[in-house]
Design a protein around this ligand. Structure first.
Ligand SMILES: NC(=O)c1cc2c(=O)c3cc(F)ccc3oc2nc1N
Length: 327
């Protein structure tokens, strides 16, 4: 079908479906059977899937807050996108360090990073050109958000070298953008997002990239999936190289030879957390040597060579802070 026909059919479907919605939701007097509504709604989704550039903000598919995952095309991750094991105390970090030392046979260096509170994103490049962007999904099957990531300013569309590369990072909404967006939504009588992470997810997982483009999303890239393509031996070198390639990499990182440095880093960023322009919910410890990472491998769910230390929830931390002030 050509775009013109699709446009005609879509505007007809939008008109009909919005009329049905109005009758159903506001006048409590459905005009058609649910099955008729659902069949036409699926027709609209199919057409919007085929012609995403024809999606309009008033389309019934856009009125449900962030688009349910089922409306976005699926992407299979060649290398699964795992999540991270979490710990909640320094003692557990020490246990993690002991496990690694026993497994490897000697102490190791860790690359220590902030844990950005957003949603995981994969970016695939062929010959240095961005060809696909996708969400984690269930780790094996994610959602295709390629058109949307093309609107995110700090994602390079073209690399300075013709590399075949997959990188992964966190997509987030800066706190200032989140506050502005929620003010606008409140003024328009729309539902507000609970936190920047939900706002980022709802803004990235849109069928209409024009909506994503208005949401001021950002990224911090933290992994090269195939580091052999960029000739690096450690996580810290990989992050340096990604910076040179034009990616936005979080600067608050360092290589630690023991956990004392990590203890100070945790204390520092637990204090700085509410002054940072982006949300963090902890720190991440990664075995710095990439060969050791490979040797340590992954469990079904998480890599064995890294751990996430989660801060206590912000409100709890603020309470403790207040107690200090009153003392
Ligand atoms: N939120 C984050 O700031 C952050 C998250 C991850 C991951 O989820 C992650 C998941 C993997 F399977 C492997 C490495 C990772 O590294 C990571 N590094 C980070 N800095």
């Amino acid at each position: 079908m050509d775009q013109q026909t699709a446009q005609t059919q879509l505007s007809q479907l939008r008109l009909e479906l919005n009329r049905y919605r109005k009758a159903y939701y506001t006048e409590d007097a459905p005009l058609v059977e649910d099955s008729v509504y659902d069949q036409k709604y699926q027709q609209l989704l199919q057409l919007e899937q085929q012609f995403p550039e024809l999606v309009t903000p008033d389309s019934p598919s856009q009125l449900v807050g962030d688009v349910p995952a089922s409306n976005l095309a699926k992407v299979t991750h060649e290398i699964p996108m795992l999540s991270m094991g979490d710990v909640f105390s320094f003692a557990e970090l020490q246990e993690f360090n002991e496990r690694i030392k026993n497994a490897v046979g000697h102490p190791v260096d860790y690359n220590v990073e902030l844990k950005i509170d957003g949603l995981a994103l994969s970016l695939v490049y062929q010959q240095g050109q961005l060809v696909q962007g996708s969400t984690r999904g269930d780790g094996s099957i994610g959602e295709d958000v390629t058109n949307n990531v093309r609107t995110i300013k700090n994602i390079p569309q073209t690399l300075p070298e013709p590399l075949d590369l997959e990188v992964r990072g966190e997509c987030f909404m800066p706190k200032a953008a989140f506050a502005k967006l929620n003010n606008q939504r409140e003024q328009n009588g729309e539902t507000v997002f609970a936190n920047p992470r939900n706002a980022a997810a709802g803004s990235l997982r849109q069928l209409n990239a024009q909506i994503t483009a208005q949401r001021q999303l950002s990224t911090f890239i933290y992994t090269v999936v195939n580091p052999q393509n960029i000739a690096v031996a450690t996580q810290s070198q990989a992050l340096e190289k990604m910076t040179q390639l034009g990616y936005h990499v979080n600067p608050e990182r360092f290589v630690s030879h023991d956990l004392q440095g990590v203890k100070a880093y945790i204390a520092k960023y637990q204090q700085l957390r509410d002054q940072l322009p982006y949300g963090i919910d902890g720190i991440v410890l990664k075995v710095n040597d990439l060969t050791l990472q490979q040797q340590l491998g992954n469990t079904v769910k998480v890599p064995r060579w890294e751990i996430a230390y989660k801060f206590p929830p912000e409100e709890a931390q603020t309470t403790i802070h207040q107690i200090e002030w009153t003392v």
